[in-house]
Design a binder for this molecule. Sequence first.
Ligand code: PLP
Ligand code: COI
Length: 338
Amino acid sequence: MKNIDWNNLGFDYSRTNAIFLAHHKDGKWSEGELVDDNMISISVASTALHYGQQCFEGMKAYRAEDGRILLFRPEENAKRFQASARRILMEEVPVDLFLKGVKEVVLANSEYIPPYGTGGTLYIRPFLIGVGHRVGVAPAPEYIFCVFVMPVGAYFKGGLAPVNFITTDFDRAAPQGTGQAKVGGNYAASLLANKEAKDQGYADCIYLDPLTHTKIEEVGAANFFGITAEGEFVTPKSPSILGSITKYSLLQIAEDIGLKAIEDDVYIDKLDRFVEAGACGTAAVISPIGAISHKGEKHVFYSEEEVGPITKKLYDTLTGIQFGDLEDKHGWTLEIGK
Ligand code: PLP
Ligand code: COI
C-alpha cells in the first residue's frame, strides 16, 4: 500500500487490494468472488458499451472513533440498484449478493478506509453491466456485477465552504425517462452541461424540470434542498430526479431537529424564500450553496463564504450518525467489522 495523505483526499480513482465480481449467465448468478485486479474483459458486442445498459450505486464506509467500520443504509442502495436495473431491463442483483459484495470488498480493503477524524471515507462503487454478444437493441444475454472502492475526501472542492451553481438549459432526463434510475446515460447527458458550468467558474449546474423549466430538479451529482425563514426544510419533488438516500435521511433529520420537512415544487424564480440552501448526496455529503445564477441574475442564500447555521446542524447530525458519534436512533448504520 502506498503512502496516502489522508487529510488531502479528493475524489480521484486509486487502485486498492481487490474488487468483487459476480456473473449472471444461463439464468443464474454466480456466488461472486474477490479478485486482485482492476480490469475486466468483456465482449466488444456488450450492450453496456453500445446502448448504455448499465447502472451503478454510490455508497461509503466510515471509520468510527473506536475503529468500527460502518455502512450507512446499505439496503436502500441495494433496493435502488434493483429498481435501476428493472428500468433498463437488466438482471436484478439479489439484495444478499449486493450486500455480500459490498461487505467483502470493504473488508478486503479496510486499510484504505481513511482514519477517523480526517473526514475521509471509503467510497464504494457497485455497478452492473450488460455483457455477452448482442448487437440488436435488446437486453444483454449476460451481466457482470462488480464492486470497487477508493478512499475519498470532499467531492465539491472546499467541503463545508459554500459553492456556487448556475442553471442550465440542458435537461439531464426526460419527464417519463430514466431520471429516477441511477443509470450511466443520465450522467453522459450531464457532461456537457457540467463542463459549461465549470468553464464559467461554477462547481456544477442546476437542472430545471424538463417539462416547464421553471422548477429546480437537482444538481448533476446531488439533490437540492433549501431552508426557509419559517424553519422549513424543502427539497424538490419530481419523477425525474434520483431518489437520494441522503435527502430522505435529511428529511427525517430535519424533523428530528425541529424543522418542518417538505418535498414540494421549488420554483427557480422564488429563491427568495430560502435563507440557506445546499446540495446533498453520498459523494457531496452536504455542500452549502453560496449562490445560484439564473438567466444572468445571481441569488445569494446565506453567504458565499460561510456555511449557514441550519445547514451546519444538518451536516453535523448526518455525519455524526454516519461516523458513529451520535446515537443512531433510526437504525441507519450497519457495523461490518473493526
Ligand atoms: N442526484 C444525483 C444525480 C446523484 O448522482 C446522486 C448521488 O448518488 C444524488 C442525487 C444523491 O443520492 P444519494 O444521496 O443516494 O447518494
Ligand atoms: C454519489 O454521490 O455516490 C454519486 O453517485 C455522485 C457522483 C459521483 C456520480
